[in-house]
Design a protein around this ligand. Structure first.
Ligand SMILES: Nc1ncnc2c1ncn2[C@@H]1O[C@H](COP(=O)(O)OP(=O)(O)OP(=O)(O)O)[C@@H](O)[C@H]1O
Ligand SMILES: [Mg+2]
Length: 331
């Protein structure tokens, strides 16, 4: 028997998303930003997978592509028993099927200021999806809207007010209420607390944990903040230049990082306990462009441990004894 917590609800295989950056010219041909370049992961039901990495490594692009908000270049995404797309086998879910699933897969954005329409009342914002997807009968829409706001820690009378009347943290609660109103199973959370003060951040994270337990939700949690990801997520995937370089339980990845890039990211997190001993690794230079990718291991231009092999050969994915997966020639 499959235990509930072992059931995989979301599965991504060899996902690619390239954006064309220049028109075809006779000299250079087409050029692409390889924003996501062969990413695979799966998420168990009612768990949280954290996706971390520096700005521009492709985190948001993964979020948008897996939800079908932007067309993929390659790979396959499965949600429950439904194949959302399988580019290599020319499979794409029909529009009518996707509309049905749309409500079950939601997204929460970083910027609660930009993602809420300032001309609409909070009630209109939260009830929009309820109406469109006929989540409840017409007569119960207002009641459902109020219930969602209250579940997210807002007063029911908030529905008559407008986004500008709320603080950043409250606006993020409105964004969460809007997503929750759809009875989702899976939510992509794209830096939901990055724009908030630290104290407000933890309130929002606690709310998200409560809702996860109450409704059996599954999250893909995108962040550039390793300490948030470590405390919030069950598993962590570390991304560099469009690829996952390390993936494992949050505990193993944070306390026993394997990839030099993961080590460097963690060594830049301020220590949280005086007894904590950390290996300090400072990264040289900045992340190369996703248009002119380095040869071999993409991280070699900044890696303190690079060898000749790293320049010429890209590392394969290896599963280590502690079940962490890593792409690095050291292992
Ligand atoms: N619509 C687009 N057209 C062209 N390039 C794009 C587009 N969207 C993203 N990119 C490029 O893809 C790469 C990954 O961008 P993405 O926004 O996914 O990064 P990110 O990891 O979410 O960064 P951040 O932490 O800053 O949010 C970047 O090089 C970006 O410039
Ligand atoms: Mg982003």
């Amino acid at each position: 028997m499959i235990r509930k917590e072992d059931k995989i609800i979301f599965e991504v295989s060899n996902l690619k998303k390239y954006y064309q950056v220049r028109k075809k010219s006779f000299i250079r041909g087409k050029e692409y930003v390889k924003s996501v370049d062969g990413v695979s992961f799966s998420i168990k039901e009612n768990t949280i997978l954290g996706l971390v990495g520096e700005s521009g490594c492709g985190k948001s692009t993964i979020g948008k592509t897996v939800l079908g908000l932007t067309p993929p270049t390659g790979g396959k995404v499965k949600f429950g028993d439904n194949v959302i797309f399988d580019v290599e086998n020319n499979i794409k879910i029909s529009n009518s099927e996707m509309t049905k699933l749309r409500s079950e897969m939601q997204i929460i954005f970083q910027d609660p200021y930009a993602s809420l329409d300032p001309r609409k009342s909070v009630g209109q914002i939260v009830s929009e999806g309820i109406k469109k997807h006929k989540i409840v009968p017409k007569g119960n829409i207002e009641e459902k809207t109020k219930e969602m706001l209250e579940l997210c820690g807002l007063d029911a009378t908030s529905m008559f007010r407008y986004p500008h009347e709320f603080s950043g943290g409250q606006r993020q609660r409105i964004g969460i209420a809007r997503a929750l109103a759809m009875n989702p199973k899976f939510i992509v959370c794209d830096e939901p607390t990055a724009a908030l003060d630290v104290s407000i951040q933890s309130q929002i994270l606690n709310l998200m944990l409560d809702l996860k337990d109450k409704f059996g939700l599954t999250y893909l949690f995108i962040s550039h903040n390793f300490s948030v990801v470590k405390s919030f997520c069950d598993e962590i995937a570390v991304m560099y230049l469009g690829q996952i370089v390390e993936k494992g339980s949050a505990y193993e990845v944070y306390d026993n990082p394997k990839h030099p890039y993961t080590k460097a990211l963690i060594s830049s997190v301020p220590i949280q306990h005086p007894d904590e001993v950390k290996e300090r690794i400072t990264l040289e230079g900045s992340m190369p462009s996703a248009v002119d990718l380095p040869s071999g291991c993409r991280f070699h231009t900044r890696c303190p441990y690079k060898t000749e092999r790293c320049i010429n050969e890209s590392p394969t994915w290896k599963i280590l004894d502690n079940k962490t997966g890593v792409a690095c020639h050291i292992y």
